[in-house]
Design a protein around this ligand. Structure first.
Ligand code: HEM
Ligand code: HEM
Length: 161
């Protein structure tokens, strides 16, 4: 779920539209809409699956401020991941209705770009936090990242004795 989504998101970024006029290509508009709908459906499945079956790997001893920070960043990423395709769909709808220029569509395109910028910051913070946990060797990194796995502090102690 986690890494599949990272790949899907990177694909979404790579195939991004560079300017509004490209949507005149009907096949591209159709593809964008289908991609955005599939993205939203998969995001919904992921969200429900994660919330109902998984728990955070943060240790019990984690300071409250860090637990809150993690929740804010995780929820922020979910909100952005939903708003990017939703604003994209709104752009598609307005364009299809013939509103190819003007205040409204420019406002929605601006919002689309703003949420994209926001998620870049959140992902940056998220990776920074994951690296911090990797240094702390508290199991959070290894719960999700399949490489550069840590030896836990407990294991270190066992080896040193
Ligand atoms: C597009 C990039 C990424 C997005 C959108 C993303 C999103 C998320 C979200 C929403 C969670 C919370 C659990 C969930 O609901 O799935 C999570 C957990 C996690 N992610 Fe990412 N992630 C990204 C990239 C990365 C990268 C590159 C790393 C490591 C370098 C990473 C490491 C982790 C770890 C360790 C957790 C577990 C946190 C915990 O147990 O509380 N993520 N990620
Ligand atoms: C998951 C779905 C989508 C992703 C990941 C995505 C991603 C992006 C990204 C990264 C940008 C560039 C933002 C920037 O330069 O700051 C962008 C711009 C744009 N996207 Fe999307 N997008 C998605 C869906 C859609 C849809 C469905 C439409 C319309 C049918 C759309 C239309 C546009 C337009 C018109 C722009 C602005 C081009 C300009 O600067 O004039 N996007 N999108």
């Amino acid at each position: 779920m986690h890494w599949g989504f990272v790949l899907l998101f990177i694909y979404g970024l790579l195939k991004q539209i560079d300017e509004l006029n490209q949507l005149k290509d009907e096949a591209l508009l159709k593809f964008e809409v289908i991609f955005a709908v599939i993205f939203i459906l998969l995001l919904l499945i992921r969200f429900v699956y994660m919330r109902t079956t998984q728990k955070t790997s943060l240790p019990q001893s984690t300071p409250r401020s860090q637990v809150i920070a993690a929740k804010v960043v995780h929820s922020g990423m979910y909100i952005c991941l939903a708003l990017i395709p939703l604003t994209g769909l709104l752009i598609g709808l307005l364009f299809w209705l013939g509103l190819e220029d003007g205040f409204l569509i420019n406002l929605v395109v601006g919002s689309h770009e703003l949420v994209v910028s926001l998620i870049y910051w959140l992902i940056g913070l998220h990776i920074l936090a994951a690296s911090y946990h990797r240094l702390k060797k508290d199991g959070v990194w290894s719960s999700m990242v399949p490489f550069f796995k840590e030896v836990s502090n407990e294991d270190d102690k066992k080896i040193n004795i």
